[in-house]
Design a protein around this ligand. Structure first.
Ligand code: ZN
Ligand code: ZN
Length: 292
């Protein structure tokens, strides 16, 4: 049985080493960072010495931190029909995967992009070639975790089937995994308000994608209603999903050991210590309701 890994997205402003302190401050034993500004194309070259220190820190599990994922730039759109934007996206994906790999992250979480209503078929070729090229360019075990989306504006990855088409198309590489965001799942129209419904979500994930593909969970409550297709995160137990439903999902036995990462607003500065504690409680509560 894997150890429960719970943490949050933390700031790496002022240098990646700062992220260890920020993760420690919220009581995390797993964390997520950006390796560049998520809303700018300019990449942030991390100095070799800083990379070496960071990798050493991860290997030594300083502050009890057991692992890291990074989150790719939000500007990346591998489905763009604008050639310039597509080229920039392809280059940024390689950059982001390279940074993740150098830092020793398990993988980089990626929003594939948006077809803006034209459907996945027309953009699938570009997405697949970009993924393949990135994996070839950065040749180690670092993974790309495709994130499920809320679906707004034709964002790709709104269903497990869509994610499976991409993974199958990319030759089912072992280096492509999935990041399951609970808010995006809810906004895409999937309910898990009962244990039965939650079990059915994981059953479908297992059948369509394979549970082994699940690299991390983004645990967020929702400001937007079920099926609204809006990507709006809320603090745990304060949104429209609610504590019980989140607990139903994250306590599923197949998810034990899969890192849980909060991307909740807190007081405006991201997840707080109390939020990480609550996440651990939600897992424990669900497990006891399940009789485990
Ligand atoms: Zn997310
Ligand atoms: Zn989101």
């Amino acid at each position: 049985m894997g150890e429960q890994l719970v943490g949050g997205h933390v700031s790496a402003a002022g240098g990646v080493m700062k992220a260890f302190e920020n993760a420690h401050a919220i009581g995390a034993n797993f964390f997520q960072i950006f390796t560049q500004s998520p809303r700018a194309w300019k990449t942030n070259a991390i100095a070799d010495e800083e990379i070496a220190n960071f990798k050493q820190g991860l290997a030594n599990q300083i502050h009890g931190l057991k692992g890291l994922v990074t989150h790719a730039s939000y500007l990346i759109n591998l489905a763009s029909t604008d050639q310039d934007l597509f080229n920039r996206s392809q280059a940024a994906l390689i950059d982001n995967l390279e940074s993740a790999s150098k830092l020793g992250a398990r993988g980089v979480v990626l929003h594939v992009g948006s077809h803006k209503g034209s459907g996945l078929d027309s953009s699938l070729g570009g997405i697949l070639s970009s993924l393949t090229r990135a994996l070839e360019s950065v040749d180690d075990s670092c993974q790309i975790f495709l994130e499920n989306t809320a679906g707004q504006g034709g964002s790709i990855g709104v269903s497990f089937e869509e994610l499976a088409r991409i993974i199958d198309g990319a030759g089912s590489s072992e280096r492509i995994g999935v990041c399951l965001d609970t808010q995006h799942l809810f906004a895409s129209g999937v309910s898990y308000s009962t244990i039965e419904e939650a079990d059915n979500v994981i059953k479908r994930f297992s059948e369509i994608l394979g549970i082994g593909r699940l690299g991390c969970i983004h645990l967020n409550d929702s400001k937007a209603p079920l099926g609204s297709m809006k990507d709006r995160h809320e603090n745990l137990a304060e949104g429209l999903i609610g504590a019980d439903a989140l607990s139903n999902l994250v306590s599923h036995p197949a998810l034990l050991g899969v890192p849980i990462i909060l991307e909740t607003p807190g007081d405006g500065k991201g997840p707080r210590r109390s939020d990480v504690e609550l996440a651990r409680e939600l897992v424990a509560k669900g497990q006891s309701r399940r009789g485990g």
